[in-house]
Design a protein around this ligand. Structure first.
Ligand code: HEM
Ligand code: 2DC
Length: 469
């Protein structure tokens, strides 16, 4: 017998503001992921909550995720990040595919899919991303040489932000931004800083309405506006530059990049194209760079695993005889490593959907229209889902029997991450080049936890040492 909705455990019966206060006292703004783990430990695999202005049902099991995504409907909808829509409303800018909903989302997404996430595009993207990977490695060699110690110990995050922006930029604009050179454009550096600030200022506004913060002139809202202004003005500069060049078309048949392809295709309005290209550029920096940093950290902790991956890469390189796409098909363990990184260190603490039909989960009735969150961070560390969850074990992904609804780092279905193919290819090529050139080591034993700043980030700098092979 299915139990009614109001019997789902949790603290949702309290006054939302009281929960918000308790949340704040637990430093919840930075600990959302740990609080979710705690709640699953207290209440079991399903609980309801009400914090600030939103209400949700939280789940953790892969089987329940499958039920959730079957009920997402034709226009899947995530939790609305009001800070992001408020900024666009305030500045009169269009929403891109990240923030659109309904038919407007669907029609834009279908066209973008063909240019951004279709496997056919890999042939265009991979050579561009490979070149960026080679340049990154050359830059590290130079840093090592300059150090005079035949090694380089550093917090790589700034370098990785530049690598990620250079990568996504080369795919979007079909040309290099030049971020891996000795001199970097201060505007590009400013763009990178604005993205970090934008994420950081978003998280408190998940619980306190931005409209309220705006009326009281709160600093967090002002910083948020400044951050998006910086992001949009830099993206506008890049877009204008390509737009101007399009008037004198390039006679060579080389791939012109996502933006030029969309403009020539002429199926989306220029304003829609600008909005989504800006989102792609902003979404493509902190996500992949942090995932790569976590991967290097895990490989530094396991030298034997690092050698195993190096051997796989050497084999793939030799067997593919210069065919880049073929090489990318011969690195299952490396792909497992990236899945393993996203299991332990997901970018998104949860996936969310408003369901469009009534369903039953864990034997509770849940009505259509409810916001359901899958606790991705909590699921990745649940020992009943992943045996010995604390161990970083890329080979667990090679056994295909039991991966049902377990690899969800990029989300699921038609609303999944639009940048997924770019991100995956960019990260695979980065690791291939790094493994072919350097050994990664770390300071003795140190554990690094995550902190929530809308996306999950390392709570402290990760110092790594790179040595030429
Ligand atoms: C959406 C993760 C990199 C652009 C998402 C979602 C997740 C995610 C979990 C929500 C999916 C859902 O609700 O089912 C990641 C991870 C990345 C990454 C883990 C890298 C490790 C990127 C990159 C770009 C990007 C490189 C841009 C090139 C987007 C966009 C959306 C999105 C535009 C919204 C799609 C829509 O609403 O239709 N991402 N992402 N992401 N991501 Fe990513
Ligand atoms: C944050 O409770 C926690 O990919 C909230 O590239 C629920 C929530 C809603 C939407 C999620 C967000 C969380 C984390 C960051 C995500 C975002 C959707 C897209 C975004 C997962 C889980 C991200 C990082 C995009 C960002 C692109 C943007 C900056 C232009």
């Amino acid at each position: 017998l299915v139990k009614p909705f109001h019997e789902i455990p949790g603290l949702w019966k309290n006054w939302a503001a009281a929960n918000l206060y308790a949340f704040w006292k637990q430093d919840g703004f930075r600990n959302l992921h740990h609080i979710m783990v705690q709640n699953f430990n207290t209440f079991g695999p399903i609980y309801r909550e009400k914090i600030g202005y939103y209400n949700s049902v939280n789940i953790i099991k892969p089987e329940d995720a499958a039920i959730l995504f079957r009920a997402e409907g034709y226009y899947p909808k995530r939790l609305k990040v009001e800070a992001w829509t408020s900024y666009r409303d305030y500045r009169n800018r269009k929403y891109g595919v990240l923030l659109k909903d309904g038919e407007d989302w669907r029609s834009n997404r279908v066209i973008l899919n063909k240019e951004v996430i279709s496997p056919k595009m890999l042939g265009n993207f991979a050579p561009l991303l490979d070149e960026v990977g080679q340049d990154f490695v050359a830059r590290v060699h130079k840093k090592i040489e300059r150090s005079g110690h035949n090694k380089w110990t550093t917090d790589l995050s700034q370098e990785l932000f530049k690598y990620a922006l250079e990568s996504v930029g080369s795919v979007l604009y079909g040309e290099r931004l030049g971020l891996l050179l000795d001199y970097i454009d201060p505007e590009a550096q400013h763009f990178i800083d604005c993205i970090t600030l934008m994420f950081k200022t978003t998280s408190p506004m998940l619980y306190i309405p931005p409209a309220l913060l705006r009326t009281v002139g709160a600093k967090v809202w002002r910083d948020h506006v400044q951050a998006w202004d910086g992001i949009f003005s830099q993206a506008d500069r890049c877009i204008q530059n390509i737009y101007r060049k399009l008037k004198a078309p390039d006679p060579s048949s080389k791939y012109p990049g996502v933006l030029a392809s969309l403009l020539m295709l002429d199926k989306l309005s220029i304003e829609d194209i600008k909005a989504s290209v800006t989102e792609l550029m902003a979404g493509g920096v902190d996500t992949t760079s942090i995932t790569l940093l976590w991967t290097l950290y895990e490989l530094a902790r396991q030298p034997a695993l690092q050698e195993e991956l190096r051997a796989e890469v050497a084999g793939a390189r030799a067997q593919s005889q210069g065919d880049l796409l073929d090489m990318l098909r011969r690195i299952p363990l490396l792909k497992g490593a990236l899945k393993e990184t996203l299991r332990l260190h997901p970018v998104a603490v949860s996936l969310q959907r408003y369901i469009t039909q009534d369903i039953a989960i864990q034997n509770y009735h849940i009505p259509s229209g409810t916001l359901i969150q899958l606790g991705l961070f909590a699921m990745g560390r649940d020992p009943s889902v992943f045996p010995q969850p604390e161990q970083y074990q890329p080979s667990r992904w090679l056994r295909t029997e039991n991966n049902y609804f377990r690899s969800l780092g990029f989300g699921f279905g038609p609303r999944q991450c639009l940048g997924r193919r770019i991100a995956e290819t960019e990260m695979q090529l980065f690791l291939i080049h790094m493994l072919e050139n350097f050994r990664v080591e770390k300071q003795r034993h140190f554990e690094v936890k995550s902190t929530f700043q809308l996306i999950l980030l390392p709570e402290k700098p990760i110092l790594l040492t790179l040595k030429p092979l």
